[in-house]
Design a protein around this ligand. Sequence first.
Ligand code: SF4
Length: 218
Amino acid sequence: MNKIRLIYDLLLENYGFQGWWPINGKYNPNNYSYPRTAEQRFEICVGAILTQNTSWKQVEKALENLRRMNALNPQSITSFEVNKLKQAIKPSGYFNQKARKLKEFTTFFLQLKKEPTREELLSIWGVGPETADSILLYAYKKPLFVIDAYTKRVFNRIGFKEKTYDELQKLFMNNLKPDYKLFNEYHALIVEHAKKLCAKKPDCGKCFLNRMCKKIIR
Ligand code: SF4
């Protein structure tokens, strides 16, 4: 078995199914049938934008504000006065930029006649590779591996040399079968591992990846 797959098996064995992406604040472990509606899909896209440079905990607060205002849908985001939108998403930080990003994305979303391509998503102001791939994987069930700061930290510490977004993405996509369920779960498990054990200050003594890890800590 290749090392990338082996790490997945160990992460799953130790943390269990993560149930990403939460819909309406609810996690659905080992159930990859979501999103089931356009509104749920839109909720994931909004979360993918709001989570840029902030923790999911803060995003949840912003999503809850939007939910309470009955505004977690494209029509409301479009019609919302921008200052009201900024106020609602304030907990997620960078709210001036993120309000504009949400407006721009929503205009794009409402015009969609079919599923978006990666190139189309990347052409939207404020959407970079991580956000585009998160949207494609979690909202559209496309087998694209999402790379984030946690992935880079964990896998570089383990000893993989790949540094850039594209290099790391290729590492996963060349070593795993193209299965959106697997990519969904793997990414969520990496996030969990980076929070629980492979944090900024790692707890290597307790880590089940210890024996295969080069522990390159910078
Ligand atoms: S052994 Fe330490 S550095 Fe390596 S993956 Fe585990 S926690 Fe991270």
